[in-house]
Design a protein around this ligand. Structure first.
Ligand code: HEM
Length: 268
């Protein structure tokens, strides 16, 4: 079985020695963290079998039914990008170079084996993970009897796909480097790799790593945080602004001024 603690790198500033466990409910870098409740007791190990629950299979998944949009009073978007938090500095490119040198390659190979559709799903998986509780793999947590339902059962997540790719990569990585690589980093690498492969290497960037796996996963936090398909520009702008992302971030895969890929801005 996999080891007790997920990643040994902290966020935002890595300590010299790994902490014993991730900090539940922390969403560093997010301006408006939501109250959190433990969905599961602190697990002995990070989630290693992010298998979608029975309701997600067999595919195709049922069409999610979103609640009707409530009339909203338009609110002007944030005046400028000055509300954006500064770029995250706690993570590190090449974080696993000395801890688990093959980690990124194992993920890349797993993503390579996926169909184009599932690759797209992996990009979305990262987005949906990051917008709820930060990029902490909380979207992978399965339902536990007697506990509140997890994120993956939230309406916006019912059509997520690619869980099996993360699971395959995690399994191989655990065989080589038990207890070192977090699921959160695997999801991030996989999203990056899917972008790279689907774009024919036009999108190609280094993904910093060192994320914790979260222990909090609540279905009820999905609808308030993930933009619904009927959202207008005002709502979308607001929802992205809450994550420190501008309108430019919302529509462009790269922010030209800084050559900073959106995926990097989604760091927790
Ligand atoms: C701006 C607000 C967004 C809304 C309202 C939105 C909504 C949606 C919806 C409704 C789907 C179809 C899901 C289904 O098949 O049932 C979808 C698919 C997808 N979205 Fe988004 N999305 C948004 C932003 C993003 C962002 C920022 C990314 C990437 C970082 C992204 C990546 C994807 C991908 C790759 C798919 C296809 C997934 C697949 O085929 O499995 N979306 N999105």
């Amino acid at each position: 079985p996999p080891p007790a603690t997920p990643p040994s790198s902290p966020f935002p500033s890595p300590p010299a020695t790994p902490p014993p466990s991730p900090s539940p409910g922390s969403t560093p870098g997010y301006p408006t963290p939501t109250p959190t409740v433990l969905a599961t007791p602190p697990p002995v190990s990070p989630p290693t079998s992010p298998t979608p629950p029975p309701t997600l299979s067999p595919s195709p998944s049922p069409t999610p039914v979103y609640p009707s949009p409530t009339p909203t009073t338009p609110v002007p978007p944030p005046a400028s990008t000055s509300t954006q938090p500064p770029p995250v500095t706690g993570l590190k490119v090449g974080y696993y170079n000395d801890k688990c040198p093959d980690a990124e390659k194992i993920v890349l190979d797993a993503v390579r084996n996926a169909t184009a559709g599932v690759k797209a799903g992996l990009i979305r998986l990262f987005f949906h993970d990051c917008f709820v509780q930060g990029c902490d793999a909380s979207v992978l947590l399965n339902k536990v009897a007697g506990k509140p339902e997890p994120e993956m059962l939230g309406i916006p997540n019912l059509s997520l796909r690619g869980f099996e790719v993360i699971e395959a990569a995690k399994k191989k990585i655990e065989e080589k480097c038990p207890g070192v690589v977090s699921c959160a980093d695997i999801v991030a690498f996989a999203g990056r790799d899917a972008s790279k492969l689907l774009s024919g290497y036009k999108i190609n960037f280094s993904m910093p790593a060192g994320r914790y796996d979260g222990l909090v996963s609540l279905k009820d936090e999905t609808l308030p945080n993930l933009p619904p398909p009927f959202a207008n520009l005002t709502i979308l702008t607001q929802m992205f602004a809450k994550k420190g992302l501008s309108q430019t971030d919302m529509v462009a895969p790269f922010r030209r001024a800084q050559h900073r890929p959106l995926a990097l801005l989604l760091l927790p």
